[in-house]
Structure formats: C-alpha cells, structure tokens
Design a protein around this ligand. Structure first.
Ligand code: 5AD
Ligand code: SF4
Length: 434
C-alpha cells in the first residue's frame, strides 16, 4: 500500500467554514489523505476562504504567495482554494495565481474526490456550481472516531435576505434547510462519539424550515437525545426570531442562555438602506421579549460602522442602541464594499471617519463585555471542560454563557460538566474553583 498523502487545510472566517473543513478532510480521507498541521510536508494544501470583508480575500492571495517556494520545491504539491472567495472569484483565482490547481465552491465539496483526481492528472480543476443534488448526501459520513466534547452541525445554508452590504446570498446561494431526520442522525452519531454540546449552524439559522416546528421544533427534538447536554445555534436574523423560538429559550433547559442576534446599526435610516427590514425599536422590543423568556440570556451581536450614507447622527443612534441593549459580547466592523452587492455602488464614508467610529463603538462594546464577565464573579456556573489549560494541572471549558473558564484541578476529565464558583475575571476569560 502506498504511503498516505498529507492534507493541510487552513480555515478562514466563520464557524461554517470550520465545519466544512472537517467534512472536506473526511471526503479526502477516502482518497487516502491524512491531516497534517504543517503546510511544509503536505501533498495538498486547501485554503478554505472567507469573502465577507475585503481583507479576508486579500489575505488569501498573500497566503498563496507564501506557498510558492513549497510548490517550486515540490511540483507534485497540489494547491486548492475552497470557500466563498473560490465561489466569488472562480477561475480568476487561477489566472491571478497560476500555481492554484483546484478551485471549489461551498456547494460542491462532495465533488472534491473527482476534482482532486483531475488536479493529480495535471489538469486545472474548477467547480463553482450550485448543483441540484444535496451535497450533504454525498459527503462522506463522519468516520466513527472519538472526538472532542463540542461540535458544529450545519442545518441550513445560504440566505434569502439580501442585506445590501452582504455577499453571502451570492457565495452561499439561496437558503436551503437540511431535513430534520438527517440532522438528528448526524447529531446522534456525534453524541455516540463523545460530543456533549452541538452548535447548529446556518447563515440565517433561525429561518430553518427542515422541521415542521422550525428551528424550535428541531431544538426540542435534539433536547430529547440522551447524552447531548447543550444546544446552541448561530447566526440569526431578528425577523426570524418567532414566538416558538423565543419560548424555547425559556423552556428547553439544554438550550444555552446565549444568543447571537446581529442588528448591524441602531439607525432606522441606515437599517432601511441596509435592507434589514426592521427598525431599531422593533429590535429592542424583540430583545425585551427574549429577556422575559430567559432573563439571564447573554446577548451577542454584529455591527457595521460607516455604511454608505451613515451620518454622525446615525452613528450616535447605534451607540444609543448598544447602551440600551447591553451586550455580553459583540463584533464590529468597518463597512467594506463587496463587489456585486447593492451598497458597493453607493458613495462611501471616509476611511478616517470609519476608523474613529469603530474605535468608539469597540470601546463601548468591550466595556460591556468586561462588565458582563465581571458580573459572573461570585456566581456558580456550569462548565463543560474541553481541554487542558496552558499551565500544569489546569483545565479550560466554557460556561453556559460561552465564557472561557479556567480551573486548577486534577480531578476533571475532558467532556465533564461541573459546577464552578467564579472567583476571577481576566481580560478574556474567567477563573474559578469546583
Ligand atoms: N462590510 C463589513 N462588515 C460586513 N459584514 C457582512 N458584510 C460586511 C461588509 N460588506 C459583517 C456583518 C455580519 C458579519 C458576519 O459580518 O456584521 O453580521
Ligand atoms: Fe448576509 Fe446575514 Fe443579511 Fe443574510 S441576513 S444577507 S447572511 S447579513
């Protein structure tokens, strides 16, 4: 038997890419590939890329440049680009970086073995179609190996919302939900292999309709799986937070009290220009209803500053919304024009104005994040332990609220859930005792 070929996958961007990279690794395992942590000894390098903001795509091109010496030293090395940059730029990637052998978009990962064979035969392999068949049916079933206590599971992909700034509807395509029975099968399989927490993934996950009860119905069915202790989902659009899902936050114990619900802006004018289809007030009322169902829920969000046409007054509305909602965690970005999106055609806010707004918003958000973390001191949380810490005898896990928690202990095993009394709050994590 020939020696296994080595596969190096580098993943950029969102959690769905992390999930996709796992599945690509599995698809190529059936072609004789084993994973390696280093590009230097790889027979194949795959970049799983992100197109959501400018810098992400530029990083891919500079990363490809760094692989040139490897390719020159080893002409048998195959280099592939997957993910949303592959989908958006397609053949142009090969034109710009001729050393790329393979380009594959997110809807075609099940065709990777064929594409790999083509690349091995010395041809350029490109697939950025949106095929009719369900890629999840064709992707190799996850092998039965044991795995860590947390896992991602894609339940829906693509988006029909067409926010004016966003490439997702173009790179990931129209919204498609996977049937609930497939998801349940995959979830049971993960649990058998040691997974205790599953994060359901989708670009617009709360629009999920593969279960007659929607996402809430799926969550309730998953909650009945013995051995599965925690359920999370990300990422959601405010307009798809229906009553059933809000109620689930109050009623389903295994559904964790953490919700990522991006609003992007606090200005009605900007929200309208963004095509978000709701007002700031409607978002705030929604948050109130969610907090009635689950008072301790920790909220997370995404914000864009400097969207075309955003004035100082609009930005102040965003600051006011952040003050009013109070986030435990949030991401904020400078608007970046994406080719092919409606907002890219409009006149842009000056870069230094964007910088100044971003700095102020991030200042406020990190204050809130720190306050939410500090408020945990003295409380008892339940921690799912995921790995040893950096120091001897230390274990690290996540609380219900997704805070990283460090504990000094020799008694805990990976995968256990234990009550921890929080004693300290550091810049990015908590510490406590069992
Ligand atoms: N510019 C800046 N941020 C963006 N996002 C999406 N598209 C853009 C863009 N063109 C942000 C949004 C989204 C998150 C995943 O990325 O805040 O919620
Ligand atoms: Fe992009 Fe999310 Fe808007 Fe869909 S809902 S277009 S993924 S920002």
């Amino acid at each position: 038997m020939s020696a296994p070929k080595k596969l190096f996958i580098k993943t950029y961007g969102c959690q769905m890419n992390v999930y996709d990279s796992e599945r690509m690794g599995e698809a190529l395992a059936s072609e004789g590939y084993v994973a390696t942590d280093s590009a230097d000894d790889a027979d194949m390098i795959l970049l799983n890329t992100c197109h959501i903001r400018e810098k992400a795509a530029e990083k891919v091109y500079s990363e490809l440049g760094r692989f040139r010496p490897l390719k020159e030293a080893n002409p048998d090395l195959k280099i592939g680009v997957a993910g949303c940059v592959a989908q958006a730029e397609g053949a142009e990637i090969m034109a710009r970086q001729p050393m790329v052998d393979l380009v594959v978009g997110p809807q075609s990962y099940h065709r990777l073995p064929e594409l790999e064979a083509k690349a091995r035969a010395g041809e350029k392999a490109l697939d950025t179609e949106f095929p009719e068949e369900d890629k999840f049916d064709h992707l190799a079933k996850r092998p039965k190996a044991a795995r860590g206590p947390t896992a991602f599971l894609t339940v829906q992909e693509g988006c029909d919302k067409f926010c004016a700034f966003c490439v997702v509807p173009y790179t990931r395509g129209a919204e498609v939900s996977r049937p609930a029975e497939r998801i349940m099968g995959e979830a049971r399989d993960l649990v058998e292999r040691g997974v205790r927490e599953i994060t359901l993934l989708g670009q617009n996950v709360n629009a999920y309709h593969g279960h007659e009860g929607g996402l809430a119905g799926l969550i309730r069915e998953l909650a009945a799986v013995d051995g599965l202790e925690r359920i999370r989902f990300t990422t959601s659009h405010p307009n798809d937070m229906d009553d059933a899902l809000i109620a689930a936050h109050g009623e389903v114990e295994k559904l964790m009290p953490y919700l990522h619900l991006p609003v992007q802006s606090g200005s009605d004018r900007v929200l309208k220009a963004m095509n978000r289809k709701h007002t700031a007030e409607e978002y705030i009322r929604l948050i109130e209803r969610i907090r009635v169902a689950r008072p301790d829920i920790l909220l997370s969000g995404d914000f864009i500053v400097g969207f075309p046409g955003e004035t100082d007054a609009d930005f102040e509305d965003t600051m006011a919304l952040v003050h009013e909602v109070g986030y435990g965690q949030a991401y904020s970005f400078k608007y970046s024009p994406r080719p092919g999106t409606p907002a890219a055609e409009r006149s842009h806010v000056e870069e230094d104005v964007k910088d100044a707004r971003l700095q102020r918003l991030q200042g406020l958000l990190s204050q809130q994040q720190r306050a939410a973390q500090d408020a945990m001191v003295g409380r008892e949380v339940k921690v799912l332990f995921e790995k040893p810490g950096r120091f001897a005898g230390q274990m690290v896990g996540k609380s219900e609220y997704l805070h990283a928690v460090h504990v000094q202990t020799s008694r805990i095993r990976i995968g256990e859930i234990q009550p921890v009394r929080i004693q300290g709050s550091n810049s990015n994590s908590l510490s406590g005792v069992i």
